[in-house]
Design a protein around this ligand. Structure first.
Ligand code: FAD
Ligand code: FES
Length: 280
């Protein structure tokens, strides 16, 4: 069992959890994820490592409650325990050989871009980060991202905090500068990552996006996480989750993510009707 050592509300339906998982903390690299199971019968859900500390053996994750399992997790309090944390999984983000990077995080993806920005800065890369949320109440990890970057730009869709508009606004300005970045990393909603890749393509700036296909085993065995990159089928869990944003078939990814919508809604409805008794 893995005990929740800390739990912090970051925004509406977005919480940060700290667990002790020394083996994961020791091996994890930026861009990798874990698979959680709340109990023996629970579904397996992939979640990116938002931070790790090999010295204390602690890992941090940030989870947005959107369906049954993530809402069930939100009912757990500090001191509660979940059945499994498996990882680190996935291929770490490729970080070598860059001088100037832009890290773009949207929504819960802000937590996922954090270890990438942090490591790049530690490696001596000049890091500008752009984090975007729908509104002020959903902005989180501002201090963490400021510490992990040389410059931080915050955007909100409605202009209630930071710059009004989408993350692609400031990104376009940065790309037009004479001393533009040689790489862009982006994690967030699929539509955002597609637009980031569209924005960087004319400038031929290498762009990595972290894909979130539905995953089951997370080790390349089941094929659930198939994505198409440059016309070739790849497995998100082992070949990714990072891929060349200019090569990804985003439409196919969106279609595959919506495949089980009806069942997911039924499951959430049932759980809400029965009330949460899962971790008691
Ligand atoms: C590599 C990776 C890293 C991720 N990191 C984070 C993170 O750091 N924080 C976070 O909040 N979310 C993250 N996600 C998304 C998270 O896994 C889903 O939100 C979660 O699985 C939803 O489960 P549910 O039962 O609550 O919702 P459901 O109702 O089952 O599903 C809601 C939606 O979540 C997606 N989803 C459902 N099951 C899976 C699955 N097994 N694998 C992937 N997506 C699924 C689908 O788009 C689905 O429509 C990540 C996904 C991937 C693939
Ligand atoms: S999740 Fe099964 S192959 Fe990737």
């Amino acid at each position: 069992m893995f005990t929740i050592l800390e739990k912090r509300d970051l925004a509406d339906k977005i919480c940060e959890y700290v667990f002790e998982a020394p083996l994961v903390a020791k091996k994890a690299r930026p861009g990798q994820f874990v698979i959680l199971r709340l109990d023996e019968e629970g579904e397996r859900i992939p979640i990116t490592l938002a931070d790790t500390d090999p010295k204390t053996g602690r890992i941090k994750i940030v989870v947005q409650a959107i369906g049954t399992t993530t809402n069930r997790l939100h009912c757990f309090e500090k001191g509660g325990a979940i059945a499994d944390i498996i990882g680190p999984l996935g291929t770490p983000t490729h970080l070598d050989g860059f001088k100037k990077a832009v890290c773009v995080g949207g929504g819960v993806g802000i937590a996922c871009i954090h270890p990438i920005a942090k490591e790049l800065k530690a490696m001596g890369v000049q890091v500008t980060s752009i984090i975007g949320s729908r509104c002020k109440d959903l902005v989180f990890f501002e201090d963490e991202m400021r510490a992990a970057s040389h410059e931080l730009i915050v955007t909100t869709d409605d202009g209630s905090y930071g710059r009004k508009g989408l993350v692609t606004g400031p990104l376009a300005e940065l790309l037009q500068g004479a001393d533009k970045a040689d790489v862009v990393f982006s994690v967030g909603p699929v539509i955002m990552m597609r637009e980031v890749a569209k924005a960087t393509k004319p400038y031929e700036v290498k762009t990595y996006v972290s894909l979130n296909p539905i995953m089951v085993d997370g080790t390349g065995m089941c094929g659930a996480c198939r994505v198409s990159v440059g016309g070739v089928t790849k497995f998100g869990c082992v070949d990714g989750p990072d891929f060349d944003g200019h090569q990804v078939d985003f439409d196919l990814l969106m279609k595959r993510l919506a495949m089980f919508k009806e069942m997911e809604q039924q499951s959430l409805g049932l759980w809400q009707k029965e009330g949460c008794k899962c971790h008691k």
